[in-house]
Structures are given as structure tokens and as C-alpha cells.
Design a protein around this ligand. Structure first.
Ligand code: ADP
Ligand code: MG
Length: 343
């Protein structure tokens, strides 16, 4: 048996196995790139649940013509230079793998124009070595990435794709989570040419509430209690509802990054169990803010989980904060007062 270096496409396809599970994971990586590029407007076009087309257009910083090839290469990132940076990471991406991975399992084209550049250019990686070709294109300031025929060359992956509707629902759900992480950004989502969601940029407190209601539902917001606790080093805020409906949200964020972290979810569930056992499914939208040096985000390729340096302390902090906020809610919820009672 002889040892060989894998062709670029194959190496990238193997890496893609970790982050590109389904159309929604592609949308996640691309939208996060747009956010990292400082975009304030992101337009998402999906065709056939993302099987056929995923197009993300943003008005962010764009990519210089000379860097388009690099952007499509593996381990190429503008977000990280040293190990120190990794310990203090503020961008959503940093692994430099998403574009290379996605383009190895689809027909991906990347069009971009930074404001300082006269013309726009489009890049595409082809063949087993993923050689990049670059050509001129018409494009406003910002970036558009088109992902066509996802998994066309990886039948094993394609087999796992669900129906158009299911895959689209995953995308819609993902964007709800993102919409509640960046209130300042306008996000629109089309499916098969039809506008499905429009999240307008938030200008004031009232708009914030509107967006939460739009995403999480009016019922959730009407019944949930607001919670805020902690200091500059460590704090938590958001909305909780001990007995939500199955359709209501269970969203958590750490420093603006959406998470499905076991420790956080455990602390929240324990709080609800202690305060109101036997309640149905709790619903919550919670934001944890912590010194970035106290948390390691580089533990999961899709970055769903984090590692807290002081895990116990964080767990108990969340537990106490949620418990405290949950207590008045149950009394408020379960004592149904007639309308004319004066309190
Ligand atoms: P990462 O996000 O981990 O850096 P990616 O493969 O997702 O890796 O992207 C590679 C690089 O391409 C990024 O570091 C960034 O410089 C550039 N890039 C990707 N998408 C965009 C975008 N929408 N706007 C501007 N630059 C982008
Ligand atoms: Mg990225």
C-alpha cells in the first residue's frame, strides 16, 4: 500500500462531512460569513428546499479579486492569525473550511465586489484539484454565493436529504434563530420565488419586541417573563415561559452566537423543574454574555457547543437567574383573574 496525498476535492469532501449535513447547514455557514463581513442586508433565495439552489446575497465588505481563489481554499481565513486570536474569537467563523467544503459537494460560484474595487469578479472551483477560475461579472458592492445541486457528486449524502418541505423548514427555523441574534440586520427569505420571511432591521425597543413576536409568536411574548441578571463580566437576559407549546422557541445564544449547548440547556431545564415540576415544555429565548476569554468555541465543527472555563459557575449562574425569573411567572400564569379585578 502506498501513501498518497488526497486530491483537494476529496479532502474537502471529507471535511464537508462534518459541517455540511443538509441545505440548512449551508445556509448557516454562508449567512454567518455575511454577518462576519459586516453585512446589514442579507437576501436568501432557496429553490426546492435548497436541493436545487441556495443563493445568499449580502451588502458586506466583499472579497478582493486577488483573494477569491484563497477564499475557496481549505484552511484559508481572514478571521484568525494566531493561536491567541483563537482564544479571543469574536467572529462567527474562523476555521476557513466552509467555502472549500461546500464547493466540493456542489456547484458553487462566488461573486463579489468590495467597495474600493471598480469591477466585480466571480470565482468557481472545478475538477478534482479544485482549480479556481475567475471571470468578470456584474455585481453591486457585496457578495453573492450560489450553491447549485447540493450533493450532486456525493450520492450517499444526497440520499439523506428529506423532502423539499422538510429541508426548507430547517432553513426557516435556522433563520429564525439568526434573526434573533442580529436585530440590526435585515434578512429576507424566498422559496421558489415567493417571499416567505422578511425581518426588517430594528431601530428601537419597540421593533425589537416586534421581531421577537414575529419569530417566537405573539403568544409566547404575551405570556413570557423578561429576565435580566448579572454584570459586565457575565450576564443573561431574555424571555422565558415555563409552559410553552411544542412549537414555541428554545433558543440560546452565547455572545451573540446561537448555541445548543448541553450545559446551558441543562441549567435551564433544571431551573424549570425545580420551580415548576410537571409543567409542559418550557420555551425560552436567552442571551448569555461572557468574557470571550472565558469560553472556548472551538470544540465542535458546527460550533453548536462551547466549553466554559468555569463550567460549574456558569451552570449555577444560569440556574439561579432562570429560577428567579420563573417563580413569579407561574403565579402570574395560573391565577386567572377576572378582567374587572383591581390590583
Ligand atoms: P471562515 O468563515 O472560517 O473564515 P470560510 O470558508 O467560511 O471560512 O470563508 C473563507 C473566507 O472567505 C473568510 O475568512 C472571508 O475572508 C471570506 N468570505 C467568505 N464569505 C464572505 C462574504 N460573504 N463576504 C466577505 N468575505 C467573505
Ligand atoms: Mg465561514
Amino acid at each position: 500500500m502506498s501513501i498518497q496525498i488526497l486530491p483537494a476535492r476529496l479532502a474537502n469532501q471529507i471535511a464537508a462531512g462534518e459541517v455540511v449535513e443538509r441545505p440548512a447547514s449551508v445556509v448557516k455557514e454562508l449567512v454567518e460569513n455575511s454577518l462576519d463581513a459586516g453585512a446589514t442586508r442579507i437576501q436568501i433565495d432557496i429553490e426546492r428546499g435548497g436541493h436545487k439552489l441556495i443563493r445568499i446575497r449580502d451588502n458586506g465588505s466583499g472579497i478582493d479579486k486577488g483573494e477569491l481563489t484563497l477564499a475557496l481554499s481549505r484552511h484559508a481565513t481572514s478571521k484568525l492569525k494566531t493561536l491567541d486570536d483563537l482564544e479571543n474569537i469574536c467572529s462567527l467563523g474562523f476555521r476557513g473550511e466552509a467555502l472549500a467544503s461546500i464547493s466540493s459537494v456542489s456547484r458553487l460560484s462566488l461573486s463579489s465586489k468590495p467597495a474600493h474595487q471598480e469591477d466585480a469578479w466571480q470565482a468557481q472551483a472545478e475538477g478534482r484539484d479544485m482549480a479556481v477560475t475567475v471571470k468578470p461579472v456584474a455585481h453591486p458592492n457585496g457578495t453573492t454565493i450560489e450553491v447549485v445541486d447540493l450533493f450532486f457528486n456525493t450520492p450517499a449524502r444526497r440520499k439523506f436529504l428529506r423532502t423539499e418541505k422538510t429541508e426548507f423548514n430547517h432553513i426557516d427555523e435556522l433563520l429564525k434563530r439568526i434573526a434573533l441574534s442580529r436585530f440590526d440586520v435585515s434578512i429576507s427569505l424566498k422559496h421558489n420565488g415567493k417571499m416567505v420571511r422578511q425581518y426588517r432591521p430594528v431601530q428601537n425597543e419597540n421593533d425589537t419586541i416586534k421581531r421577537v413576536a414575529q419569530v417566537a409568536g405573539k403568544d409566547f411574548l404575551a405570556h413570557a417573563s423578561f429576565l435580566e441578571s448579572g454584570d459586565e463580566q457575565l450576564n443573561i437576559h431574555g424571555w422565558i415561559l415555563p409552559s410553552g407549546m411544542a412549537t414555541e422557541p428554545q433558543y440560546t445564544y452565547v455572545n451573540g452566537r446561537m448555541m445548543r449547548d448541553k450545559l446551558i440547556l441543562h441549567a435551564i431545564r433544571q431551573a424549570f423543574e425545580e420551580v415548576c415540576p410537571n409543567q409542559s415544555i418550557p420555551a425560552f429565548v436567552l442571551y448569555l454574555t461572557i468574557d470571550p476569554r472565558q469560553v472556548d468555541v472551538n470544540v465542535h465543527p458546527a460550533k453548536h457547543e462551547v466549553r466554559f472555563h468555569q463550567a460549574r459557575l456558569i451552570h449555577d449562574f444560569i440556574l439561579q437567574a432562570v429560577k428567579q425569573a420563573a417563580e413569579p411567572t407561574i403565579t402570574g400564569l395560573h391565577i386567572a383573574l377576572p378582567d374587572d379585578v383591581d390590583i
